[in-house]
Design a protein around this ligand. Structure first.
Ligand code: ATP
Ligand code: MG
Length: 559
């Protein structure tokens, strides 16, 4: 092993150990198994990067498996969205698989269990079944149907399957161990009846396999070598193994489940079920609302695949659940966009500036560098004229020495343009400034090489020329929840921590080049942050979403 190699994480250590003992390299196969009951979120990005990352590292196939065993919650549109998001992140799967494709096989294995006396039909209510299960400290007791004859079990299971038995009348349970210290081993339900249309199998099936029965068996069918899941499935591992013990015949590879920690992100939720509530109850507009921690919401917010992948890789895999601060995700996108996003100028809270000594009808097209971090990004022209907008907060009539922006009697540089000096200002009857009168130094043009152009002034401001400006809608997003862990409070539900100011819509003015941008393009509005073109943009109106603000905008631009 070469010395520069990164240390192996514990998941890789498991694989390396298996490669030395039980597995050949060719036998490695992984899967990412979402249930199509919602859109993928940032937590899934960790699982995706882990599984597909292992696929790339070991040159092994990775299947995309839809765990679609609950027709009450799953939909085709979720399947489509999940595929799109995995692809957008830049990964490709070996096979597109569906648990529902294995219904026939799972059914015949269930018959095998019944025939071997290892499964039985229970006709009690779910409450009765639950009460007989006991507690972690108290063993379970057998119900009246536990010793049903095989023939009767087969007949009833058939009635469940055809729909002859009413929905909910019976369940099929594995007959394992009511004394087990692991509650999941106390005769778990493996089939229930649901008279609902499934997005792929329609009304063919009236019985649906439960997660535990489905997952390991699907892994076995697909010959997945390592089935990585989150820690809450640790107690399920015993059951996973028990099911495989009943089926594996030694001629094929036996999958193994191993667990890693769930990644939680602060000020949001990472569970499809909980995110679904935000959509259903209208807290957000849709699954891809830019405030959502979904992959599609982040995409619409202006996040790049690299920003998400670097974030996931940076936090790595762990053995203990933890809360990652959302600022870490924001840092990741800022870092990526700093390299990739072109700089443009836009003013979001405008106040008018008139350059009194500038010719009336003149427009100059000034050269502006697109991205000082990327020499290949080139440059563009920005129009300069007598009347401009600057940010309202960039002007004060009077201010102390630390205020390096525009104040009466003092100079600033307008980015890519001239040095101006504030001479006077007009106000309305409420005292709000309505217009600032400035003079400019015609010899101070940026890049012109004159002595005046090299003159250092403390502040640099962004601006746009009023007559050439493009009016745009700007959506300023903030955290969706005011609490770092909104779903962990005993006395309050997460709905009580919704941030009422998570979205502010304003009108801004941008330079002309904004017109060339396409949907999902991201730019830096200089000194303000990164902004991306929203899909709701039309010919008449451009809509921008704020991806993230800049942290250190002043120091950089003043240089
Ligand atoms: P639901 O709330 O419906 O259970 P989910 O958000 O847990 O949804 P699943 O479809 O159950 O998503 O998960 C698919 C895969 O992604 C599983 O292997 C799961 O362990 C993994 N996963 C889900 N959430 C996270 C997370 N926050 N961190 C890491 N992996 C996750
Ligand atoms: Mg889950």
């Amino acid at each position: 092993m070469s010395e520069e190699k990164e240390p192996l994480n514990f998941i890789e250590q498991i694989i390396e150990e298996d490669l030395k003992t039980t597995h050949s390299k060719q036998a490695l196969c992984f899967r990412f198994p979402p249930e199509p009951n919602g859109y993928l979120h940032i937590g899934h990005a960790s699982s995706i990067c882990l599984n597909f990352g292992l696929g790339l590292k070991y040159n092994a196939p990775v299947n995309l498996r839809f765990d679609d065993t609950n027709p009450a919650k799953e939909e085709q549109r979720f399947v489509d969205a999940i595929k799109k998001d995995v692809q957008w992140l830049g990964y490709s799967w070996a096979k597109e698989c569906y648990a529902s494709d294995y219904f026939e096989q799972l059914y015949s294995w269930a018959l095998l269990l019944i025939n071997q006396g290892k499964a039985y039909v229970d006709s009690q209510s779910s409450e009765d079944i639950a009460s007989q299960k006991g507690t972690p400290t108290q063993p379970g007791v057998a119900g009246p149907y536990r010793d049903r004859p095989v023939e009767e079990n087969l007949a009833l299971f058939e009635q469940m399957k055809t729909g002859e038995a009413p929905q909910g009348a019976h369940v099929l349970r594995a007959k394992i161990d009511l004394q087990s210290t692991n509650m999941l081993m106390r005769d778990p339900v493996i089939y229930r009846t649901l008279h609902k249309s499934h997005h792929r199998t329609g009304t063919d099936w009236k019985i649906f396999p439960m997660y535990d029965w489905t997952h390991g068996e699907s892994d076995y069918i697909e010959q997945i070598s390592h089935s990585f899941c989150t820690l809450e499935f640790l107690p399920h591992r015993e059951l996973y193994d028990w099911f495989l013990d009943q089926l594996v015949d030694g001629s094929k590879l036996r999958p193994k489940q191993r667990e890693f920690a769930r990644r939680n992100l602060s000020h949001t939720l990472v569970s499809k079920r909980k995110l679904a509530r935000l959509v259903q109850e209208g807290v957000v507009d849709s699954w891809d609302d830019p405030r959502m921690p979904t992959i599609s919401g982040l995409r619409r917010r202006g996040y790049t695949p690299d920003a998400i992948k670097n974030f996931a890789k940076g936090i790595g895999v762990g053995k203990r659940d933890n809360l990652i601060d959302v600022s870490r995700l924001e840092f990741s996108v800022r870092e990526d966009l700093n390299k990739k996003a072109n700089r443009v100028m836009a003013v979001l809270d405008p106040v008018k500036v008139t350059i009194t000594n500038y010719p009336e009808d003149q427009t100059e097209w000034l050269e502006a560098e697109n991205n000082q971090e990327d020499i290949d990004a080139g440059s563009r022209k920005v129009p300069f004229s007598k009347t401009l907008y600057i940010e309202r907060e960039d002007f004060r009539e009077e201010a102390n020495k630390k205020f390096f922006r525009l104040k009466l009697g003092k100079e600033v540089r307008l980015k890519n343009a001239y040095i101006i000096k504030a001479e006077s200002c007009d106000k309305d009857y409420e005292g709000n400034i309505t217009e600032i009168h400035c003079t400019y130094d015609p010899k101070s043009k940026s890049g012109s090489g004159t002595q005046e152009s090299l003159r250092k002034v403390k502040g640099t401001l962004h601006w746009v020329a009023v007559d050439k400006a493009i009016k745009v809608e700007v959506r300023l997003y903030d955290r969706l929840f005011t609490d770092p862990s909104p779903d962990t409070h005993k006395d309050k539900g997460f709905m009580e921590f919704i941030n009422p100011d998570s979205l502010k819509v304003i009108t801004g003015y941008g330079e002309q080049s904004l017109k060339d941008l396409k949907i999902e393009d991201t730019v830096q509005f200089q000194r303000l942050g990164y902004f991306t073109v929203d899909p709701e943009t039309t010919q008449e109106k451009m809509v921008f979403n704020r991806t993230v603000g800049l942290r250190d905008s002043w120091a950089k631009l003043a240089e």
